[in-house]
Design a protein around this ligand. Structure first.
Ligand SMILES: Nc1ncnc2c1ncn2[C@@H]1O[C@H](COP(=O)(O)OP(=O)(O)O)[C@@H](O)[C@H]1O
Ligand SMILES: [Mg+2]
Length: 366
């Protein structure tokens, strides 16, 4: 329902958005996730009309909001999109009600309707009764609720949220995260959410688009992008990984064998399928690869297990973190930090046997 085609936007010396294509469904909670500077905000501002792209087009349903080729540009207040920013951006000299009413006045909504719409919007965010407060006298969380009410007050089709929870402390952030999700289930609005926080992206989104350097790396459900990352960047950015360098030593019977640097006598075997060994074109024994696994898929044994894909490893350090231990483990020639559940307590100097279940392994060509 919202379609972005070939979006490009540069600033002097920077290509903020390279060539972006997105299709976002009606009512979807869609998240742009990526590191700082990857072009999330610029993309969102192009969708909202605060930024004019250098190339490409954006459609909401059949309606063209911007097309560089056709010379179309619909201004922000005529796009039916609410916006919420990290900085709240409330007007300090106005009351809560005046702040929330502002978009209605901009749209020339009759005065007689404004009071009820403002009350409804404030009720939606749990701030009914705060109408006459001055915005600066509210807590950060309350200010962000006011910003949310202001974005929702004219019943937009699309809500654009740019890191709206980043300025809140951890506890409040989690609470607001739950409320946002709950809010979306109550009102019929498409949400496009920008964050660099993976926990937020995973817990809130119907789908996530991972961005890097102004380009899309992968689009999928939280489960898809976590379990089957499409690029090394997607894998390293979302969730923790344990990676080991090695050499491809054999390719037979639908399997690929890898000798890990420094532990060459122990083979790691993985399925030779595009899912586990994503390569373009032929791959030959002798190729340098990086084997990657999510740490929670690793199994650790105190004694030699009767399993395949096991590498004996030395625990160098174990740090208690409350809900888990962070163990520094020497695997082959490198040290890797692996979180272990509190029940599995290993101590420095101990040899453990790390099992790398083959269905959980991915190998990238270096
Ligand atoms: N108004 C601007 N003027 C110059 N450069 C900008 C401007 N806005 C963004 N950029 C640059 O564009 C790139 C993408 O920025 P941005 O979209 O804000 O990324 P993100 O929101 O992912 O952190 C960055 O390199 C940033 O410095
Ligand atoms: Mg940003």
């Amino acid at each position: 329902m919202l379609r972005v085609e070939g979006l490009q936007k540069g600033f002097t010396g920077t290509r903020a958005v390279a060539d972006l294509n997105l299709e976002i469904a009606d009512g979807e909670f869609f998240t742009l996730l990526g590191p700082s500077g990857c072009g999330k905000t610029t993309t969102l501002r192009c969708i909202g009309g605060l930024e004019k792209p250098d190339g490409g087009s954006i459609f909401l349903g059949d309606r063209c909001l911007v097309s560089v080729a056709a010379g179309t540009y619909v201004p922000p207040e005529r796009r039916e999109m609410g916006m919420v920013f990290q900085s709240y951006a409330l007007w300090p000299h106005m009351t809560v009600a005046e702040n929330v009413a502002y978009p209605l006045k901009l749209r020339r909504v009759p005065r007689s309707e404004i009071g009820k719409k403002v009350r409804d919007a404030l009720q939606l965010v749990g701030l009914d009764g705060y109408q006459d407060r001055q915005a600066p006298h509210l807590s950060g969380g309350q200010q962000q609720r006011v910003a949310l009410a202001r974005a929702l007050v004219f019943s937009p089709q699309v809500l654009l949220l740019d890191e709206p929870l980043s300025n809140l402390d951890a506890l409040l952030r989690e609470e607001m995260r739950r409320e946002l999700k709950e809010l979306q289930s109550r009102i019929d609005v498409t949400m496009i959410y920008v964050t660099h926080d993976q926990a937020e992206a995973l817990s809130l989104s119907d789908r996530i688009a991972i961005m890097n350097h102004g380009l899309l790396q992968q689009v999928g459900t939280p489960q898809e992008v976590y379990e089957r990352p499409a690029t090394p960047f997607a894998q390293s950015f979302l969730g923790r990984t344990v990676s080991l360098a090695g050499t491809l030593s054999g390719l037979q019977n639908g399997h690929a064998e890898v000798r890990v640097d420094g532990a060459e006598s122990h083979l790691l075997c993985l399925p030779n399928t595009p899912e586990h060994l994503p390569v373009d074109g032929p791959v030959a024994p002798g190729s340098k690869v990086t084997v990657v696994i999510r740490p929670e898929r690793l199994k650790a044994w105190p004694d030699v297990p009767s399993a395949a894909n096991v590498i004996p490893s030395m625990v160098r350090k174990a740090i208690f973190m409350g809900d888990h231990y962070e163990c520094t483990v020497q695997v082959g020639s490198v040290e890797r930090v692996v979180p272990f559940p509190p029940g599995e307590c290993y101590s420095a100097g101990q040899t453990i046997y790390l099992e790398f279940p083959e269905s959980s392994l991915t190998a990238w060509l270096n």
